[in-house]
Design a protein around this ligand. Structure first.
Ligand code: F0G
Length: 475
């Protein structure tokens, strides 16, 4: 059952607080404050727990036992089943619409495509969330915090999935009004239709995602609207649960690799934080390696991390190198452009947290072309778990790392499928089409030349014999 309460309640200020991620600043704030940046230095903030006072569970059995109590909404939610690992709000304030019912699935077909043993590749399918993407994990946590602080309006900038998720939570809880900022023409119909259908106020900005992001920050600050983009540290608390479910799916064994698409870098940041905390409280004794995959057309993290050597470096992340990169990007008028619209982002807002996660998890960053993304997406689809293009970047990235020998043939690899296939059918249809004009219009202009794994529809006369013959020939 959903909880529609928005009254202010007492946050868990005794055991949780917010803290600037920069070790040289480390300013702290209560969990009852609404922050998208440190007010002392402008850096990103984390939610931090006093594990000694909390006394977290010392065994995964504790969480397993919750499966027998699934009539309790906190045990039902795949996020809040792990409440003890994100305890910033009292139980009564937790907001859930049943998110996180997602499974880790082994895929022999995708394993073969990537170059791994049949039992070496796992897909964490977050498209199964209520609004069709991983965003719901974070949104339930952000809404829980919003309910603590009595927010009445919530806003986001979005390439589509955040807006669909925000709109779904606002409408199903009936507690807050959603305001959505999108770049013009930069959102798939599948996602935009959700926001419109769920009744969100949708503001189309003449610009791209980065413009929408900059404006929503300004407007939210000016109007006191609760911002739910991943600069909100509570969002990332919910997204940690994706890793808890991955571990659960592996019988609490740590895989060798987590591979995730990188856009605004919220997921990768949340995953790194999750593993750092689990190691700190002793629930795991080693962390997996993390691979963050950019699209070649939106490769800021790849450029900074792999080409310009930017590292976390205990919070000294070389802001001058980063700034110089953005100056060059702007002076050359380079704007992100990829078929993977969800990760078509120039200035990832969680860059510093992601650098910290890459440090925690001995991470690597790679870029993959739209061609590689669509071929990987077709292989994922052929296995029965459709995903949207951005999600398939993880599988394309795993294949690249395997080809390079960075991932070993015997490694256990988990790719995160972040969004559902039905959210962006345009790319899928263009890939499988027999119509060359449609292919060129959607994909050819992006440098996609082949549809190696296309499954073409077969045209046949309106005649039983012809249909039977066709099925005998192709079936
Ligand atoms: N995959 C999908 C399907 C997404 O929608 C997004 C982000 C990402 C990957 C990137 O994740 O930001 O954690 O690195 N979509 C945002 C949105 C930007 O507005 O829906 P990240």
């Amino acid at each position: 059952m959903a909880d529609s309460s928005t009254t202010c309640a007492t946050p868990r200020t005794d055991v949780a607080f917010q803290r600037c991620i920069s070790p040289s600043c480390a300013a702290t704030y209560g969990v009852d404050e609404v922050l998208v940046a440190c007010t002392a230095c402008g850096g990103l903030v984390d939610v931090v727990y006093d594990w000694d006072r909390l006394g977290p569970p010392d065994s995964w059995k504790f969480f397993e036992n919750k499966w027998s109590a699934r009539r309790d909404r906190l045990a039902f939610s795949g996020v809040w089943r792990f409440y003890e690992l994100m305890q910033f709000a009292p139980r009564d304030n937790v907001v859930t619409i049943g998110e996180g019912q997602t499974l880790l699935q082994r895929s022999a077909g995708v394993a073969e495509f990537v170059g791994l043993k049949p039992d070496g590749l796992f897909l964490q399918y977050e498209g199964m969330n209520p609004s069709g993407s991983f965003k719901d994990n974070g949104m339930s946590a952000a809404f829980t915090h919003a309910s603590l602080v009595g927010a009445r309006q919530a806003a986001c900038a979005s390439t589509g999935n955040t807006s669909a998720s925000l709109a779904a939570y606002c409408s199903s809880l009936g507690a807050m009004k959603a305001v959505i900022f999108i770049g013009s023409g930069k959102i798939s119909y599948g996602k935009l239709s959700q926001a419109l259908d769920y009744g969100a106020l949708t503001v189309q900005i003449a610009g791209d995602f980065d413009d929408a992001m900059a404006r929503v920050k300004e407007v939210s600050a000016e109007m006191g609207i609760y911002l739910v983009n991943s600069v909100n540290p509570f969002r990332l608390e919910g997204q940690k649960s994706i890793m808890f479910r991955v571990l659960e799916g592996l019988g609490w064994e740590v895989p060798d690799w987590i591979v995730v698409p990188g856009g605004n870098l919220g997921n990768s940041s949340a995953f790194g934080k999750a593993f750092a905390e689990l190691r700190e409280i002793g629930l795991i004794d080693r962390v997996p390696r993390l691979a963050v995959i950019n699209a070649t057309g939106a490769n800021t993290l790849y450029q900074l991390y792999e080409k310009r050597g930017v590292r976390w470096n205990d919070g000294a992340t070389a802001p001058d190198v980063i700034e110089q990169y953005y100056v060059e990007m702007d002076s050359e008028a380079r704007r992100a452009s990829t078929i993977a619209s969800a990760i078509e982002i120039n200035r990832p807002v969680n860059l510093s947290k992601c650098l910290r996660a890459l440090d925690t998890c001995d991470g690597v960053v790679r870029q993959v072309s739209d061609q590689e993304i669509l071929d990987a997406k077709a292989r994922v689809g052929a296995g029965g778990l459709g995903c949207e293009p951005a999600s398939a970047a993880s599988v394309a990235g795993a294949k690249l790392l395997r080809d390079e020998g960075v991932i070993a043939p015997s490694d256990r690899v988990v790719c995160i499928l972040t969004g559902h296939q039905l959210k962006d059918p345009t790319a899928t249809m263009a890939y499988h089409t027999t119509d060359q004009d449609q292919f060129n219009e959607v994909l050819g202009k992006r440098g996609v030349r082949r549809a190696t794994f296309a499954n073409r529809a077969v045209t046949v006369a309106n005649d039983v014999d012809e249909i039977v013959k066709t099925i005998q020939l192709y079936g």
